[in-house]
Design a protein around this ligand. Structure first.
Ligand SMILES: NC(=O)c1ccc[n+]([C@@H]2O[C@H](COP(=O)([O-])OP(=O)(O)OC[C@H]3O[C@@H](n4cnc5c(N)ncnc54)[C@H](O)[C@@H]3O)[C@@H](O)[C@H]2O)c1
Length: 405
């Protein structure tokens, strides 16, 4: 039976690995240890999974005692590389949440540690596993629209979801490096994977036009806000998970999970546009904004022999998805492409990813499992985009990526 340990006992690791794998616990696998700087969160995990999960207050000690088959890294983004490198150096494989790292130094350290240890890193890019993108990948592999020349990808978050990033650690560049790393790493990875190509140069614009505006502040934090009913970004405290992981654990580390999204001290962008030129010649035009009325995305892929349009708009966050794939061929006919959607978080991607990593199926015909180089190839676009926003210049990433190969 395979054994895993987790570092970073937050909401992601809980939903994805603890809850997501509970049925398998003790039958086909064991999650045997958890470490977090906030012990209260780890204790909640152990309460949920039972005594087979040991709470540790030291990462090295956890690895030394448990000797797992792999270490699951799900801490805040700015710390991923520290745990990935340490786990590799101690001789363990790693399963890391995205972004694999959000700095170039982190990327370099991970690749070097992988080389010296001979151990392997896997990045949990769940978007590759969403049935809608798996279908698009299949269509491109079948050569339905010919060589891809241009892609536009426009992604919008509504004010509840988008605003949530301005309430948590994500609101500071220091921890998240902004949404072009934290969020867009999914999107850049999907494009890299669909194209089977690598980025060559990146140019971007970004600003903050909606959140962080003092005039809109109604209270310091949602849980103490007397004018919550007026706020489009209000997050209710009704969730047991939020209570146990954050509110009850505040005394341990002072972390506030529900700061007002409009407080002026955040320093990330909410309005972004990125252009990426790929080695094979395709150009991606990407936008992300965090303050839209509706949640969703549109992707248009233009090939030499046709056009592929992917649409996903949600009438409310997580509900009422309107999904579709269409191909417009050279004869100007529109063909609706059927595909089987899936239940669950992230468009059904989480469940399928778990099946692939922790199930019996080792067959990966679409190449959905991502390695460290895929993690880095996506993150490098976000890093270069941030650099371009600061300097106003186009950033060539060819040599940066070559040095990490
Ligand atoms: N794949 C996805 O769709 C998806 C979705 C959500 C989050 N994520 C990723 O999961 C990770 C966790 O996000 P989250 O939403 O659970 O955040 P969270 O704030 O709920 O959890 C982060 C945890 O990391 C812990 N932590 C912080 N610094 C640490 C350190 N130095 N050492 C050990 N633990 C430390 C915190 O105490 C906290 O428990 C992030 O990297 C995020 O990008 C991925």
């Amino acid at each position: 039976m395979k054994k895993y340990v987790i570092v970073g006992a937050g909401s992601r690791a809980f939903g994805m690995f603890v809850k997501g794998l509970k049925e398998k616990q003790g039958k086909t696998l064991t999650i045997s240890g958890v470490y977090d700087i906030n012990k209260k969160r780890s204790e909640f995990y152990s309460e949920y999974l039972g005594p087979t999960l040991t709470v540790y207050t030291d990462f090295d000690e956890m690895l030394d005692r448990e000797r797992p088959d792999a270490v699951i890294v799900a801490t805040i983004d700015s710390t991923h590389h520290e745990y990935v490198v340490r786990a590799l150096d101690l001789g363990y494989d790693v399963i890391s949440e995205k972004p694999l790292t959000n700095t170039y130094e982190g990327a370099m350290a991970i690749r070097e540690a992988e080389r010296r240890s001979g151990k392997q890193v896997r990045v949990t890019f769940n978007c590759r596993f969403m049935p809608i993108f798996a279908k698009v990948k299949e269509l491109l592999l079948e050569d339905r629209i010919g060589k891809v020349l241009s892609i536009s990808y426009n992604y919008t978050l509504n004010r509840w979801h988008g605003g949530d990033y301005f309430k948590r650690w994500h609101r500071k560049m220091e921890y998240s490096q902004g949404m072009l790393l934290h969020k867009s790493t999914h999107h850049f990875d999907v494009i890299n994977w669909l194209l089977c190509d690598e980025p060559k140069c990146v140019a971007a614009l970004g600003n903050r036009v909606f959140y962080g505006d003092e005039r809109k502040v109604l209270g310091e934090r949602c849980s103490k806000c007397e004018r919550a009913a007026e706020c489009e970004s209000y997050r209710s405290q009704s969730e047991e998970l939020d209570k146990r992981l954050y509110f009850d654990a505040e005394g341990e580390d002072g972390y506030i999970r529900d700061k007002c999204a409009y407080l002026p001290d955040s320093d990330i962008y909410d309005n972004m546009s990125v252009s990426v030129m790929y080695k094979g010649g395709a150009i991606l035009s990407y936008t992300l904004n965090l303050f839209s009325m509706r949640e969703g995305y549109t992707m248009t892929i233009v090939g030499e022999r046709g056009m592929l349009i992917v649409d996903c708009y949600k009438s409310d966050y997580g509900n009422g998805e309107e999904l579709g794939i269409k191909i417009l061929n050279k004869e100007n006919e529109v063909v609706d492409i059927p595909f089987v959607s899936a239940e669950g978080a992230h468009g059904g991607g989480d469940k399928k990813l778990l099946e692939m990593i922790f199930g019996d199926n080792r067959c990966d015909p679409l190449g959905q499992l991502a390695d460290s180089f895929a993690g880095i190839s996506s993150a490098i676009i976000g890093m270069a985009a941030n650099e371009s926003i600061k300097t106003g210049k186009t950033v060539d990433v060819t040599s940066m990526l070559d040095d990490l190969r």
